[in-house]
Design a protein around this ligand. Structure first.
Ligand SMILES: Nc1ncnc2c1ncn2[C@@H]1O[C@H](COP(=O)(O)OP(=O)(O)OP(=O)(O)O)[C@@H](O)[C@H]1O
Ligand SMILES: [Mg+2]
Length: 405
């Protein structure tokens, strides 16, 4: 920048500033210091003076002046170093440099280094004041701009956060809606099942009884081993149909007895006792890890027994001789967490999404009601049941129930 350019930036008319500015003057020439201080304080500036650059930095730190008048030629510290220190430590203090005539090249360097203006000595007081006023105006505009940019950045961030929150909420709501729809679909299936099975059970059981009766009669009138074999197969299948119907009925019509003192550890133990003979004959190892005595749960204990019965039945179905059933019980954040693990073959990935669907079964004689019923019961008591992990080495179901408080 050439000197004329700095000169023409001066306003021709003096306009009073809104606030009086504070100026720190640093110059080792006492005459200049006194004269400048006098002129500026007469014009309403708050003035602090020093002839040492180090004291000057202390004054700036103490008073946060809007302006610093700095002599370029200081014995202890050169103007460029002082300027750099001021600009890095006190960016809001604008620096105007005094330079001697003939040092315009230096002045250009100083302007590049962050000085706001330079004034060539000797100067007259009117010229000095006008130029300082000008720097102050530019300062005000620039600081205001910075403030606006900060505000703009802040608002931008806020809007981005809102957008992010909004997207997150939409995602959550969509997921909640989806799972509610799935649940409705499942409970509709179950309700339809209850309605149908109650009606059908009667209709089917009567002819079934007759079939069983007639086969039994036939058995009395033959000794042919082949015939007897067929007949006993028929009777077995009749039994199977009957047990399927009984299961459907159980799933749909039972009166509930809800109490708020159900100890889930005891529920599990009760079910394990029922399974004891099977567990014994099949040499299944049962590992119980009850880490706490759980707080009571509000539920119908026989319905909870149903859940574990269904889980254990499934586990026994996939475990060969010498299998291992792991039951882990903990309590976290007001919820009892139970894990039921087996070392069976695991659930293949492609059927994993279907296992809680009513009637979904991979077993020749399965009704596909074990898991949906378990899930429906868990939901009734604000609990949950999920497959926590499964692999060819086994499966772990995780159940959670809120404790009664
Ligand atoms: N522990 C397990 N290990 C491997 N697969 C399992 C396990 N538990 C459930 N499954 C799979 O999930 C399917 C559905 O289980 P669910 O208990 O609902 O029905 P099911 O056992 O087939 O019939 P039901 O229990 O009505 O007699 C099973 O057919 C099986 O494929
Ligand atoms: Mg089952």
């Amino acid at each position: 920048m050439r000197p004329e350019i700095a000169a023409h930036a001066m306003p021709t008319e003096f306009q009073p500033l809104k606030t009086k500015a504070t100026v720190v003057i640093i110059d080792d020439d006492r005459n200049i210091l006194e004269m400048t201080a006098l002129v500026l304080s007469k014009r309403g500036f708050g003035v602090f003076t020093t002839h040492s650059a180090y004291d000057g930095l202390a004054l700036i730190a103490a008073h946060s002046p809007e302006l610093v008048l700095l002599d370029y030629m200081m014995p202890e510290m050169d103007g460029l170093s002082a300027l750099r220190q001021i600009k890095s430590s006190f960016p809001e203090s604008y620096v105007v440099l005094f330079t001697g005539r003939g040092s315009e090249e230096i002045a250009v360097e100083l302007m590049k280094g962050g000085a706001s203006e330079y004034i060539i000595k000797p100067f007259n007081s009117r010229n000095l004041v006008e130029r300082l006023e000008n720097v102050l105006r530019i300062r005000e505009i620039e600081l205001h701009n910075i403030e606006l940019q900060r505000e703009h950045g802040r608002l931008q961030k806020e809007i981005e956060q809102w957008n992010h929150d909004l997207q997150q909420r939409v995602r959550e709501k969509t997921e909640a809606l989806q799972s509610a729809q799935n649940e409705i679909a499942q409970s509709e299936k179950l309700a339809a099942l209850g309605y149908l099975s109650a009606g059908m059970a009667h209709e089917i059981r009567n002819p079934l009884n007759s079939i069983a009766l007639f086969v039994q009669l036939m058995r009395q009138s033959t000794v042919d081993p082949e015939q007897l074999g067929y007949q006993s197969k028929i009777l077995k299948e009749v039994d199977r149909v009957d047990s399927i119907i009984r299961k459907l009925l159980d799933a749909s019509r039972r009166t509930r007895t809800v109490t708020s003192d159900v100890q889930i550890d005891q529920v599990i133990d009760t079910v394990l006792e029922v399974f004891a003979p099977q567990i014994e004959t099949r040499k299944i190892q049962v590992e119980r890890h009850y880490h706490v005595i759980p707080s009571p749960i509000k539920a119908d204990s026989s319905e909870l027994e149903q859940i574990f019965t269904n889980l254990f039945l499934n586990a026994l179905d996939v475990m060969s001789h010498g299998g291992r059933l792991d039951i882990d019980l903990q309590q976290q954040n007001g919820r009892v967490v139970i894990r039921v693990g087996d070392n069976g073959c695991g659930i293949p990935e492609n059927i994993l999404p279907n296992v809680f669907e009513p009637f979904f079964s991979t077993k020749a004689s399965g009704t596909g009601m074990g898991l949906p019923v378990a899930q429906r019961i868990a939901h009734i008591y604000e609990g949950s049941i999920v497959v926590e992990r499964t692999s060819p080495a086994g499966t772990v179901f995780r159940l959670e129930f809120p404790v009664y408080s």
